[in-house]
Design a binder for this molecule. Structure first.
Ligand SMILES: [Zn+2]
Length: 166
């Protein structure tokens, strides 16, 4: 990639900033997360501000470790740091943190939103319960937020009891 400063009048090093976007997650086997693509970052920042970037990602479904990292060099002249912050608000980066345990024999759907909850930590696939999908007796599902999880419960298991665990 070629980088030039020819289009900028009076370029000053003070107007450049390095932005590090990093997402590291460990221990989530059934994960649902989103990290912005370079094209999205470019769209959000606009061509005037986005200068160049380099990215790294490690997201192998057989490992319980995810690492995304993007380093962006931005040119702040017009918008300043507050303007940059405003634009960055439009970047979406998150990790699903609501898990729902569907128990068909008990007819319950249990929400776990605290990632230190022992039930969540110990969740796993069993013969009759799935991880990320449902089996005969139910299983564990991940959602982006509580609202999404509740909507799923109401739609798929309207007669089950909803338990807010943690
Ligand atoms: Zn819990």
């Amino acid at each position: 990639m070629e980088v030039g400063t020819s289009e900028i009048e009076n370029p000053s090093i003070d107007n450049f900033r390095r932005l590090d976007l990093t997402l590291k997650v460990q221990g989530l086997v059934d994960r649902k997360l989103s990290f912005p693509e370079v094209t999205q970052i470019k769209d959000v920042l606009t061509d005037d501000v986005y200068w160049f970037s380099s990215s790294f990602s490690q997201n192998n479904s057989s490992e319980d470790f995810v690492h995304y990292s993007t380093e962006v060099v931005v040119y702040l002249r017009e918008i300043g740091e507050n303007g940059l912050r405003d634009r960055l608000k439009n970047l979406n980066m998150d990790v699903a943190y609501t898990n729902q345990h569907v128990d068909k024999p008990l007819r319950t759907c249990t929400l776990h939103t605290d990632d230190s909850c022992i039930y969540w930590i110990k969740k796993g696939e069993t013969s009759y319960k799935g991880l990320g999908h449902l089996k005969r007796d139910g299983g564990w599902l991940s959602f982006n937020d509580e609202k999404e999880a509740v909507v799923y419960k109401e739609t798929s298991f309207p007669k089950y009891q909803l338990i807010d665990h943690c």
